[in-house]
Design a protein. Sequence first.
Length: 76
Amino acid sequence: MATRTDVQTRLAELAKLPPAARPVVSVYLNTRWADEDQRERVRIFLKNNLREVLFRKPAASGTPTTPEPPAPAAAD
């Protein structure tokens, strides 16, 4: 298990990275599921929400806008 110092060190390293053309998404999942169906619900939630974020287009000001979200994906 990572210690607080490990996490702080890693965050300091990440903060030094130059800006990228594409955003970075970091997700921490506690995998101690309450039930087995929770894993599938989380997978679909992430898939749908990441798709929505990927389709956002920057406004002229550089601020992201939210267009009509894509239709939800069917469960795979």
